[in-house]
Design a protein around this ligand. Structure first.
Ligand SMILES: [Zn+2]
Length: 180
């Protein structure tokens, strides 16, 4: 697919990903790439920075997490938004190897050049959503519908990005690819 996006500093948070050409509704923008690691491995740490509500982990399935700290691409810079222009779509491989499942970021509406791309990280945490956690996962997407947090209501189970709880105890967390 031709390159229609570029990463640069974002007003929302750190780096962001922006359209550099018109993107059509339904268009597959980019694959979320990265190393496949087990949840245990990912929970054990060493997967990038904490404190910022940024993470490069994305829950692929029950067995694996995509760790975009390794072999990741531009997709890891796409920010969360409460009114996103994109969604993350899981494509399951036909075989038994769940490492071969893939995640693609697809546009859910037209995106004009210069617009920042975003999707809902769908982060859910098992623990109570304390003030501190809300602070870590604060959302500054600027949308009129912004809930102020990337954390999703507890019942919503379709989380995607992975949260690193264990790390959080140590320090805090980083921008989550969602998981629960
Ligand atoms: Zn928001």
């Amino acid at each position: 697919m031709p390159r229609k996006i570029a990463a640069r500093r974002s007003a929302i948070h750190g780096n962001g990903v922006f359209a550099v050409a018109p993107i059509a509704k339904g268009e597959r923008v980019i694959e979320y790439k990265g190393r496949r690691r087990s949840h245990e491995e990912a929970d054990a740490g060493d997967t990038g920075d904490a404190d910022s509500g940024h993470t490069f982990l994305f829950t692929l399935n029950d067995e694996y997490v995509i760790d975009a700290n390794y072999e990741g691409n531009t997709a890891r810079w796409i920010n969360h938004s409460c009114s996103p222009s994109c969604e993350a779509v899981l494509e399951e491989d036909d075989g038994d190897d769940r490492r071969l499942d893939k995640v693609f970021i697809e546009a859910i509406r037209e995106i004009a050049p210069g617009e920042e791309l975003s999707y809902n990280y769908g982060i859910t945490l098992e623990e109570k959503h304390t003030k501190e956690l809300k602070k870590i996962w604060e959302c500054r997407c600027g949308s009129p519908d912004c809930t102020g947090t990337m954390l999703q209501p507890k019942k919503d189970k379709k989380s995607k990005k992975k949260d690193k709880k264990k790390d959080k105890k140590k320090k805090k967390d980083k921008k989550g690819k969602k998981k629960d």
